[in-house]
Design a protein around this ligand. Sequence first.
Ligand code: PMT
Length: 393
Amino acid sequence: MNIQGKNVVLGIAGGIAAYKICELIRLLVKDGVNVDAILTRAGKEFITPLTVQTLTSNPVYMDMFSIDFEPKIGHISLAQRADLIVVAPATADIIAKVANGICDDLLTTTICATKAPVLFVPSMNVNMWENPILQENINKIKKFYQVMEPQTGLLACGDYGKGKLPDIEDIFEEIKMVISPKPLLNKKVLVTAGPTIEEIDPVRFISNYSSGKMGYWLARIGRRLGANVTLVSGPVSLKKPYGVNVIDAKSAKDMHKAVLSDIKSSDIIIMAAAVADYRPVKRAEQKIKKSDADMVIQVTKNVDILKDIAGKRKDGSLLIGFAAETENLIENARKKLKEKKLDFIVANQIGEEGSGFQVDTNRATIIGKKIIEKLPLMSKEELAYKIFEIILK
Ligand code: PMT
């Protein structure tokens, strides 16, 4: 879902993590979101109104009784035009006020007056986070609003523990998730991504060029649409998608095992991983020494995970495969669709610029028993949306 044109009211309270919020504003504005920032009295001590105003290109709201709001009442107009209110950083003070229905400044009053969803992003010292009164307040606001969990790490005060602001990219993802419609609520989605690694010895392996990008986007978009997502990931260097249950798998055997553990409970299974078709018959215990003679590595076939799960999945579930081809794309993909008993297959041409492995874009043709849709070049994020659109149909 496109968040362009959405109105986000961003409440910045008085915590040291306020300086990180500049980056969040930048990401939102870059994506075409209108950001109305409310800076609390304490927030102003950590970040200047000029910085926020420059980044949002909007006035910064600080005073409940400012005449700048004329002729409309400030908190009501902000509350009404918000598609989402985000409070980041959410301090112990602001959380306590909202949990107890206190409206004594512009931010708390705007939250009280809105029908839009509200996302709290707490950040504070570990002892404050663990304080039982704070925890009680968190549990209270969780009944009505979305709350992100702080991260554990070294805090600005020098303490180590839970209380760090989540990564800005994760907050950005959560905003997209909260704003998106949820047609996949109560559905379980299983996605595979990345390559598998088949070891020859402790230092060498057989693998392929898959970066995991395609599968990771599918996992993110599935979650945005409301699903409970499990991502079985081969070894990749991507950041784990926020809010997704990730199971790491190294070899095809690991991936097979992980997929089987979730297969019975999954409603939608999408296999974007590039599973190695073969593995060495024997993995050497020690590094194989170089010699002058040529070397032959005998390989054996790996299990075809997709084929194997076709008969093991839950009744009524959807099974979607990918086909990566360098030639005869449609013909080969059709063959795989039939052989692997898929509901549909996403065929992508390898070797074409902007398509296939590693790049951020892809060009795919979606082939089902009845449908065939030839899609133009698009980002992998857009393609993931397109695949779910077809699933939802
Ligand atoms: O990860 P990226 O860099 O973003 O690249 C994306 C991608 C090119 C890897 C992706 O778009 C893609 O095409 N994935 C499938 C790659 C592949 O292995 O295709 P295949 O034609 O060899 O396999 C067909 C299907 O069977 C796939 O769904 C595959 O996951 C599955 N398979 C294959 C072999 C095997 N032993 N078990 C399987 O389940």
